[in-house]
Each structure stands twice: as C-alpha cells, then as structure tokens.
Design a protein around this ligand. Structure first.
Ligand SMILES: O=C(O)CCC(=O)C(=O)O
Length: 214
C-alpha cells in the first residue's frame, strides 16, 4: 500500500462523495480476491435481483471475504473517512463481459460507505465506474434514479470517469450517484465491492435494502 494523505482523502470524500486511492490493494491480494470470487461464480449461489453479472453475499460462501470485509486495509481508511467504524453488510463481485451489462445511474443507500476495487484495468471502453461529483449533497435532485432504468448523465458537468488499474480502490458515499457503461472491449471487466453501514443500528435494514440495489 502506498502513503495516503488522509486529510486530503477525507476532503475529497466529503466534498466529492468519492475518493480513488491508487495501488491500494497489492497484486497478490487482487489475484486472491479474483481467484476466490471466480470459484464462487462458477457455482453461483446468490444473484442480484436484476443482474446476472452481479454476485452478492460472497462472505456467506467463503470466510476469506468475511475476514476481508472486517479486517482488510480498507477498514482503517473508511473509519477515518466516515468518522466512525464501518459495519460490514455484504461483499459482491461485479463482472462485465458483455455490452448489455450496464448499471444505470443510481445511488445505493443512505448511510455508510462503499468500496470498489478494480480487478482488471477499467476505462471508458470497458465500462468503468462514473460518478457525479458532489451528488451526495443533492440527494433530492437525483432521487428519481434507479439502477435498472436508463438515464443518460454522461454529459453532466460534474461527471468523473473512474479510470482505474488493478488494485486501485474507490471509496464512495452510498448516496453518490454512480453507474457503469457497456463493455466494448471483448475482455472481462471485474470489480470487487464491499458495502458498509456507518451505524450498527441500521445494519439489518441496510442488509435488506442492499439486496435490491446494484
Ligand atoms: O461494477 C459495476 O459495474 C457497478 C458497481 C456499482 O454499482 C456499485 O459498486 O455499487
């Protein structure tokens, strides 16, 4: 892991609703996450309600993911960013092999934080994540968005393309509007995500909510 300027990262997280930290997860761990997730995918246990390319609940199948959610290097950073220890809800694997596997603009939940780790290089061509900077502060304006409904925000003035390399991580507020476009590359684009709530009292409720979100 590289040196992290936590006060700058917190400023970005608070003002923009997300922050990308480069080379955060080392190459060995990226490989291990991918290897274990691919084993789970091969035997598919739990699907997202609407997406066949999103596999949730990895931690229910392999304790490695439970441990990673609870004790991975992201926990200390997220604690700083949220100002409170994050409570893990679930971990998911997002594969994107086809052009049809888009996730439309949406926000995830109200409380807590989300992390997304790039397993493959990701860019505009293969459907990288996009964020609307500052949208977590304008919840009402974006409350109409649903991940299964197309809404073109690609020319929004505050859009940011999260171009990432394997091991880069993005921390974001669940209320920050985000989406990922089609994959035109012909190669898989994979990402690993963990969702945390910031308040243990919300854990049950957020678990239910997350089942229905991308
Ligand atoms: O990886 C993707 O394509 C979408 C990720 C996403 O929507 C999320 O992590 O909440």
């Amino acid at each position: 892991m590289v040196d992290i300027d936590i006060s700058y990262s917190k400023k970005r997280f608070d003002e923009d609703g997300f922050v990308i930290l480069r080379h955060f997860i080392d190459a060995e761990q990226v490989k291990e996450i991918c290897r274990r997730a691919e084993i789970i995918l091969a035997t598919r246990t739990e699907y997202s309600d609407r997406y066949t390319n999103i596999t949730k609940g990895l931690e229910k199948v392999d304790d490695y993911f439970e441990d990673l959610m609870r004790r991975g290097p992201q926990v200390a950073i997220l604690t700083e960013l949220l100002g409170t220890p994050p409570v893990p809800i679930t971990s998911s694997f997002f594969t994107k092999n086809k052009t049809s596997e888009e996730v439309n603009p949406h926000s995830d939940a109200i409380y807590g934080g989300v992390i997304w780790v790039a397993i493959d290089p990701t860019n505009r061509e293969n459907g990288c994540l996009h964020f609307i900077k500052g949208s977590h502060l304008k919840e009402e304006e974006f409350s109409y968005l649903r991940p299964h409904e197309p809404n073109d925000l690609s020319s929004h003035p505050d859009v940011v393309e999260a171009i990432m390399e394997p091991g880069d991580i993005v921390f974001f507020r669940p209320t920050t509007v985000h989406w990922s476009g089609p994959n035109h590359s012909g190669l898989p684009r994979r990402g690993f995500n963990c969702f945390y709530t910031g308040d243990p009292r919300n854990a049950g409720q957020e678990k239910e909510l997350w089942k229905h979100l991308a």
